[in-house]
Design a protein around this ligand. Sequence first.
Ligand code: FMN
Length: 347
Amino acid sequence: MATIVDNNAFRNLGLKHPLIVAPMAGGPSSPELVAAASAAGALGSAGAAYSSPEEIEKFAAQVRQCTDRPFAINLFIPRPIPQIDPGTVERAFAATAKYRAELDLAPAPFSGPYAEDFDAQFEAVLRVRPPVFSFVFGLLSAEHLRAARRVGMLLIGTATTPEEAQFLEESGVDAITLQGSEAGGHRGIFDPEAPDSELGIRQLLGQSIKKIRVPLIAAGGIMTADDIRGALAGGAQAVQMGTAFLATAEAGTSGPYRSKLLEPTRTTRTTRAFSGRLARGIENRFMDEMNAEAIMPFPAQNKFTRDIRGASAASGSADLLSLWAGTGQGDLWQGPASELIDQLFSK
Ligand SMILES: Cc1cc2nc3c(=O)[nH]c(=O)nc-3n(C[C@H](O)[C@H](O)[C@H](O)COP(=O)(O)O)c2cc1C
């Protein structure tokens, strides 16, 4: 079976396994997890979307202290942020006042910028020069693409529909991660307002394989060696797994989040409540209670709920923090990531 391990463009990475350990911004992808995944022969990925340029450089240096194997850095493609009027902010404060009171959080004044500056983050990535740069939420501009090429980075975009995959291929990426609706974390939909196609990974792969020539990477609900074999048999050249690595020893997943992940069953659904963009996570109180009318657009809502999520985690409660996870079930591996990777590819 052809995989990215021996694909022309990717062969130089010297990967042992056709596995990308997913970028998981917001804590789970610690430098230790990225390094452990890469050292074990997979491609570890830094989820750097919420990191400043300095943090990106520091993270990469930490990975490189642990391993000389290749790794990826991942960012969110920015989109124009709608104007947020004072009434919207007022509604958002009113809807979250009880949580801030419970957590003893003073409602600090809320204003932009709502996210790190993408160009500055990208410049940091160019300086760090990881062998692979991956991205989600759209297309990389021609200018950024040329700059990435100049420093020799391979490029992986993310698609949730065959149409998005086609746009990515036309833009000149080296591979495409197909994100099925089973996937944990943010849906990679280009347009944050567009309805979710809700295509599962089998359908998405089946529909895309006929049209797309660059290697396809299957993501969403892949938990076991059998799942990996199924995706490769369906034409994927690699898999990308996130949830399965969330409870590994190296993951930076918080205590209350880990406890929820380790419950016997995980019930997940998609929500905009935490960030303003659709994302899949384990059901909890914040998801249940947040009124859709009071949710700001991404990434404003993400910045707005950061103090609540942080204080909830610090207080040991999983009620008010995002618990991103895919639909895949089964006990999560709590040992070293390298042992999970060995188990997944032992046959
Ligand atoms: C906690 C968490 C954070 C994530 N953060 C990112 C991210 O920063 N960038 C990205 O491209 N994908 C992100 N994803 C999505 C993964 O790349 C991937 O699509 C997903 O984990 C695959 O589904 P699975 O979780 O069922 O394995 C995240 C997923 C999780 C679970």
